[in-house]
Design a protein around this ligand. Structure first.
Ligand SMILES: [Zn+2]
Length: 395
């Protein structure tokens, strides 16, 4: 779901990022605010309208961020490690690893989001009502508008379709009622897909009625929701398949190793151009001391390749890239996500015995699915989940 994203800062120790898709939407929203304010207040100069639009957009995204922070802080208070908050498309997502928690935590973490948006709406409404007369009319109008938008944000998020907050509330309820996390996720995901298709249908109806912008907007949000609901259930299936699987089950074992004193030129000519690998373990006297990746080589200008050594540009073997061969796959997945190498090495007593890349994992999963799709139902329940949600700006 995420493309390129940039880190913009930290709040309360939680990393905040913006996704590349967000930039486009942020510009669109600022522009639509500008159109709104210059239409409503005709005596406003272009500069003043642009300024208010910008302020409104900042406060809107601030509101989304506060909503996400609420999820993140409650997660953390319940002992769940929060990875980051990412602003994307028309909302935000808080990512955390929820480990073996019950429906109670799920309920709390989900409920606090819409609740916070409701409180934020109330605050903007208070400014709207009590600052009348003290502030210029367009500014008051802006606060009133933001109150409505936040209320819509809360309402949209309460729609019972996963991965929206309402879908999580539904999941926690089914989880509590049936005791089955898997069934609860399946039902909440199906509800999410149903809501998504309803929005798409609504969008088509708008389009047929001649409302082009509204139609596209609804259809787009609906389509996004369908995809997100489907993906979150598939992700759970993957986690269940990988339960009990260890690094050595998935890793590619036939390794091609390169010596540390080779020049980058030789490494390129004799290894990267010859083998179908984009990383090689670096071995010195039978011990693996690092990993040379194609990405690292590309950062060195090609006229320096004949004089540069592999040793000086390899990624040293640290905890970030190494796991024991019997490491559970969720540990491997976490390192694949976080590490700079984009791959994980399995090592025993300092000797590397295998390598796992995301494509190894995909291939393995594909094989497993073709061979043994029925075994899924017999696997034990897994209560790990990934926290993600999204919201609409309320258009
Ligand atoms: Zn939320």
């Amino acid at each position: 779901m995420f493309g390129t994203s940039w880190r913009v800062g930290r709040i309360a120790g939680i990393e905040v990022r913006v996704d590349s898709s967000w930039v486009v939407i942020a510009l669109l929203i600022t522009y639509s605010m500008y159109l709104r304010f210059s239409f409503l207040y005709k005596d406003l100069s272009t500069g003043a309208a642009a300024g208010i639009a910008l302020l409104a957009a900042v406060l809107f995204f601030g509101s989304v961020l506060v909503h996400e922070l609420a999820h993140a802080l409650v997660s953390r208070a319940r002992g769940i490690r929060v990875q980051d908050i990412t602003l994307f498309l028309f909302g935000g997502a808080t990512r955390a690893r929820v480990e073996s928690r019950g429906p109670g935590d799920e309920f709390l973490i989900a409920a606090v989001g819409p609740l916070t948006s409701g409180v934020v709406a109330g605050l903007f409404w208070i400014v709207d009502v009590f600052a009348r007369g003290a502030l210029p009319r367009p500014l008051i109008g802006m606060f009133g508008y933001l109150a409505v938008v936040n209320l819509l944000l809360a309402a949209f998020n309460l729609v019972p379709g996963f991965p929206l907050d309402g879908g999580r509330l539904l999941r926690s309820a089914v989880w509590r009622a049936t005791g089955s996390f898997r069934r609860a996720t399946r039902i909440a995901s199906l509800a999410g897909q149903a809501v998504g298709w309803l929005l798409v249908a609504g969008g088509v109806a708008f389009l047929l009625g001649g409302n082009l912008v509204g139609g596209i907007w609804f259809a787009f949000i609906g389509w996004f929701l369908v995809q997100a609901a489907r993906a979150s259930y598939q992700e759970l299936q993957v986690q269940q398949i990988l339960r009990g699987v260890q690094a050595h089950d998935v890793m590619a074992g036939s390794l091609v190793r390169i010596p540390p004193d080779l020049t980058l030129q030789d490494a390129v000519d004799r290894y990267f151009m010859r083998y179908d690998h984009s990383a090689f373990p670096v071995d010195e006297q039978g011990r693996t001391i690092g990993l040379l990746t194609l990405r690292k080589v590309r950062r060195v200008p090609s006229d320096e390749w004949p004089t540069s050594r592999v040793r000086d540009h390899m990624i040293p073997l640290g905890d970030q890239v190494v796991v024991p061969p019997d490491a559970p796959m969720d540990q491997v997945m976490a390192k694949l996500e976080d590490g700079e190498a984009g791959r994980v090495l399995a090592a025993e007593d300092g000797e590397v015995v295998g390598i796992i890349t995301p494509s190894d994992l995909t291939r393995w999963l594909h094989r497993w699915r073709t061979l043994d799709s029925r075994a899924l139902d017999s696997r034990a329940l897994d209560s790990r989940a990934r926290w993600e949600d999204s919201q609409s700006p309320g258009r």
